[in-house]
Design a protein. Structure first.
Lengths: 591, 189
């Protein structure tokens, strides 16, 4: 049976068919749906781990214990998990270990554009790059087999277009491989210096065998067409190149991209007149091809920055043809449509309260609340990576102290991000006696990536009940004093403003937990569906103060403000900022 | 020959459901199909696009400038934004519906008043529908995506397929009646 599947669905299917029994991940676009789909197979234990390092370690332990294990993350997640990756290359596996890295060329939903293919030579592990959903499934299965055959973790590298594009996939049956026997072997699985010295030599020997294999692997294949141009490519770039050149070029399509197949590349280069390397982002393949002494063109033609597409390739190779193509030019100015915090978003009340303070710096983090930097709220100053709000805020505070700058520092972090890597920053703030004002924005879900459970939600990935890890108790346990902790409802502006003011004046680490579930959670939507706010035209003075909260349910039409009752969930923030009592709540909360 | 179909709109308008139903129908018709959509940050009230390509064999899942044979715009400013992706002789199906982005809501930018006239002038084959209005008359504005789906199926000449069965697979039973009606209206526009 053939089904139309996304790359992520196909990877999940591949893990299932390969007999995978343990899977762990932390959500991150574009990788999230891999584990969400794996979780639907009851034969596999699947979990949301608090972060990627934990996920890779769970999968590593499972592999050593004998299970076929998979872990998946977005590209920056592998930075978090790099530590176990590098050492697992030395330890090798028992059950196959597959680590999926989902890169985001074009940064559709990421803070950088790193090319994670470089992790493979750096960590000395095998690298596979599928080019469509069928290959996602096939390569995942192959990755488990190769992992066991060569005693190494396998990195499966996909990109946003592979993850989120659908194409046809032929389904197969699950192969029950069970869980292999575990035999204690400290020389292999306990990486002390003495053991590691021996293992490193074995890793290098293994790489030599893998180089040999790469030259014979069916994953690296030549498709002959005209021999004037020979194109070396991999992943989605192969599809783009095929679309542009058709039969007017020959292709070396690389599926196993570390170690690269030296002999195959040399043979291919000799058989064609001119060699081109077409790849997205960094010159990973090109650098290797050039290191073999082969003359080729790559990044002179194809940009390093941004997502690749057939149009860019066409422009590079056939500029005349490309010019003819873009013939409809739009000369009507239309408004931009930036992403916004949703109507009824509980983060809005807090950001509005912060927007009233002038001499502060707000160290932000990764999540929906990154949007706190957008106008009209424009609160957030910095965003680096998961968890950095608290630790970078600490650095801000210390630098300001050293430079005698009179500014207070607030750190804003979400619940899931706090569990991910905010806790250590909080420990640092207490241990090193800062005056940091930390706001943990607990909306009871991992919202940005599409509502995944986390340690605070009381549910697991596979829908089981779980203990709720109480953020307030963590904060207390870490040593923040009772009198410096506030738990507030961000829908109540006065209460939130008081807490923010107290934090502002505090001389010790101060934590505010804003607690209110995300407005998009199904149960919340249902409960509030009968609720909305509306404007009393007689009382409205048209001062537009309500527009400063940046709610998409409020619209200025001419001089009048309207509230869209469909979009509004009656959170009441606009009502609380109106000095003329011109906004009233209508409707009632449903059960 | 592959055909390229672009669905554009604003997060929350149901473009994804419409494209799922459409691409399943295309698979049943025996085509090789690729469909690409991006989730993530931009979904929060931002512009969304879904790209569908079908034919004997499809390579790239994405549609470049001046490559779309058919474009369906669930929101009219989005039609303008994505117009460079439509072929000169391409078909545009546009929903006469406005969703104001935040800069317009707060009075920082303006929403142009002549969008439809502009589109009709630029695109020879431009079909304007009041899908929200039609769906509201049928009982729920949310079915506007299925009205538009019907219109697209018609412009692709694929009316013969068992669309109702596919539709039923993707919706809970209580929404069947409304959406089947919406599809029928769309198919006859």
């Amino acid at each position: 049976m053939k089904l139309l599947l996304t790359g992520n669905e196909a990877i999940a299917r591949g893990a299932y068919e390969a007999g995978c029994t343990v899977a762990a991940a932390y959500p991150g676009t574009p990788s999230t749906e891999i584990l969400e789909n794996i979780a639907t197979y009851k034969e596999i234990y699947a979990e949301w781990s608090p972060n990627e390092k934990v996920a890779v370690e769970v999968a590593s332990g499972a592999s050593i214990a004998g299970a076929r294990a998979l872990t998946a993350m977005k590209h920056v997640g592998l930075n978090v998990a790099a530590d176990p990756l590098f050492t697992m290359a030395y330890e090798g596996v028992n059950g196959g270990l597959v680590i999926v890295t989902a890169d985001d060329p074009g940064m559709h939903s990421s803070q950088n554009e790193q090319d994670n293919r470089y992790y493979a030579p750096h960590a000395k592990v095998l690298l596979l790059e599928p080019a469509d959903s069928q290959e996602c499934k096939d390569y995942t299965k192959m990755a488990f087999a190769l992992s066991e055959e060569f005693d190494t973790p396998v990195l499966l590298r996909v990109t946003t277009r592979i993850c989120h594009s659908k194409s046809l996939v032929e389904l197969g049956e699950r192969e029950e491989v069970g869980v292999k026997e575990y035999c204690k072997d400290v020389r292999k699985y306990a990486m002390t210096p003495a053991h590691a010295k021996v293992r490193h030599v074995l890793v290098e020997e293994k790489l030599n065998r893998l180089r040999e294999y790469s030259d014979h692997s069916p994953l690296n294949k030549i498709e002959w067409g005209e021999k004037k141009r020979g194109i070396i490519t991999s992943g989605i770039s192969y599809q783009y190149a095929r679309e542009v050149f058709g039969a007017k070029a020959s292709y070396l399509k690389l599926g196993l991209t570390y170690p690269l197949p030296e002999k195959v590349i040399k043979e291919f280069a000799q058989a064609v007149e001119q060699v081109f390397v077409i790849e997205e982002n960094d010159p990973y393949l090109e650098t290797y091809v050039k290191s073999l002494g082969i003359e080729c063109q790559g990044k002179e033609l194809i940009p390093i920055c941004g997502e690749l597409n057939p149009g860019i390739i066409r422009q590079a190779f056939f500029p005349e043809e490309a010019k003819e193509k873009s013939d409809i030019i739009t000369d009507l100015k239309i408004p931009s449509r930036p992403p916004v915090l949703c109507a009824g978003c509980p983060h809005r009340g807090l950001f509005y309260a912060l927007s009233k303070l002038k001499d502060i710096v707000v160290s932000g983090d990764i999540g929906c609340y990154t949007l706190g930097l957008m106008p009209p709220l424009s609160v957030t100053d910095t965003v680096i990576c998961m968890g950095a709000s608290i630790s970078a805020g600490m650095g801000f505070e210390k630098a300001f102290e050293q430079g005698a700058v009179e500014k207070k520092v607030f750190s804003c972090i979400g619940d899931s991000t706090f569990f991910h890597s905010g806790i250590t920053g909080l420990i640092n703030a207490v241990y090193n006696q800062s005056k940091l004002k930390i706001i943990i924005m607990d909306n009871r879900i991992t919202a940005m990536t599409g509502h995944q459970e986390n340690p605070g939600t009381g549910k697991t990935l596979q829908g089981e009940d779980a203990p709720i890890i109480d953020i307030e108790r963590i904060v207390r346990a870490v040593g923040v004093k009772e009198e410096n902790i506030r738990v507030v409802d961000p829908y109540h502006l006065a209460e939130t403003e008081v807490a923010v003011q107290e934090a502002y004046l505090a001389e010790e680490p101060f934590v505010i937990i804003t607690k209110r579930p995300c407005a998009l959670i199904r149960e919340v939507r249902r409960a509030r569906s009968g609720f909305s706010c509306s404007i009393d035209e007689e009382k409205c003075k048209k001062c537009k103060a309500c527009l400063r909260i940046g709610c998409p349910a409020l619209a200025l039409k001419g001089e009048r403000v309207f509230i869209d009752p469909e979009m509004c969930n009656g959170c009441g923030l606009c009502q609380q900022v109106c000095k003329f009592k011109a906004i009233k709540k209508v409707g009632e909360e449903n059960d | 020959m592959t055909k390229a179909l672009l669905l554009v709109g604003v997060g929350g308008q149901g473009t994804i459901l419409a494209s799922k139903i459409l691409s399943e129908g295309l698979v049943e018709q025996g085509y090789d199909v690729k469909m690409s959509e991006i989730h993530g940050m931009a979904q929060r009230g931002g512009s969304v696009t879904t790209q569908i390509k079908f034919g004997k064999k499809v390579f790239s899942p994405i549609i470049g400038l001046a490559e779309a044979d058919v474009m369906v715009a669930f929101e009219k400013a989005e039609a303008v934004r994505c117009l460079p992706y439509l072929k000169e002789e391409g078909v545009l199906v546009v929903n006469d519906h406005e969703i104001y982005p935040l800069p317009v809501l707060t009075g920082k930018e303006e929403y142009p008043t002549n969008v439809l006239e502009y589109l009709q002038k630029k695109v020879k084959q431009c079909k304007v529908l009041k899908a929200n209005h039609i769906a509201a008359e049928l009982g729920n504005t949310k079915a506007q995506n299925i009205v538009l789906l019907g219109a697209v199926i018609k412009s692709l000449g694929l009316e013969e397929l068992a669309w109702v069965d596919i539709l039923k697979k993707h919706l809970p039973p209580k929404l069947h009646e409304l959406n089947i009606k919406a599809l029928e209206v769309g198919l006859n526009l």
